[in-house]
Design a binder for this molecule. Sequence first.
Ligand code: C2E
Ligand code: MG
Ligand code: MG
Ligand code: MG
Length: 283
Amino acid sequence: HAKEAGRDTYRFFTPAMNARVRARLRLENRLRQALEQGEFELWYQPRVRLADGRICGAEALLRWRHPEDGWISPGDFIPLAEEIGLIVPIDQWVLEEVCRQNLEWQRRGLGEIPVAVNLSAMDFRRPDFRDRIVRVLADTGIDPRWLELELTESVLLQHTDEIMATLQWLRSLGVNFAIDDFGTGYSSLAYLKQLPVSMLKVDRSFVRDVPGDPNDEAIVKAVIELGQVFGLQVVAEGVETEAQLQFLCRLGCDSVQGFRFSRPQPAAEFERLLCREPFRTCD
Ligand code: C2E
Ligand code: MG
Ligand code: MG
Ligand code: MG
């Protein structure tokens, strides 16, 4: 039957579809090889505290250095990596690399900052998720407080009880959690109250048109107030302009990330940022 169905399905492929399927299979295979061949690299973007302009954290962002096509952004390969389950070993590599890199920065006296790792919903769904994190902490010997895990609201909807227990346990070790792209998913205030999360990251779609767009202004203001009520740090993502920055200052946002201060940078360039004077922030 399977064979017949396969043949039937095949018949409906136009030459163009065929080409697309082949391109996708090729990309799948290349992606699998990329991890083995060390083609992934982490770039780092600073998080800047508005109160004093200092770098108070960083986010590790994955880049793929494709031998023929050059740098590829995560948006172009993470959805596929998730589909084929490859995101789990990729993120495991990211976790190890971030902890190793951060410890190295500490040993060289470049600073002590938490570094954030983006995790996919699939990572949290794995029964060995908790052990994976513990293994990375144990293998590298890093203090858990220097590790920050970013999760999206979609994670919280899926397997609430189990995930909640795991998050709480990791939190008790000192690991920090942030909700990424906050406001774009289904946000339940009930979750916020219970979650061992210490940070909300306002999605950059809400930051883009402030000041000016009354709806977005209201949303950003509400998230900052929510953070204050629940005792959570609020970070604004995607801050590109001086006007956005000053708007966030006026509302009492804690820290920001964005091209206004720095694009994500390879580790060596990020180190130079760690050594510089504080940024000028609020007027
Ligand atoms: P994200 O976690 O929300 O990361 C923020 C994205 O916004 C990054 O895109 C960053 O380069 C970009 N960005 C930062 N500041 C600005 C700005 O001022 N303006 C604009 N226009 N963009 C800004 P990037 O690096 O392409 O990453 C995209 C997404 O891919 C991330 O969104 C995250 O969800 C995912 N991702 C990145 N690295 C990893 C990883 O190691 N593992 C997993 N599972 N996902 C990752
Ligand atoms: Mg993120
Ligand atoms: Mg985000
Ligand atoms: Mg994201």
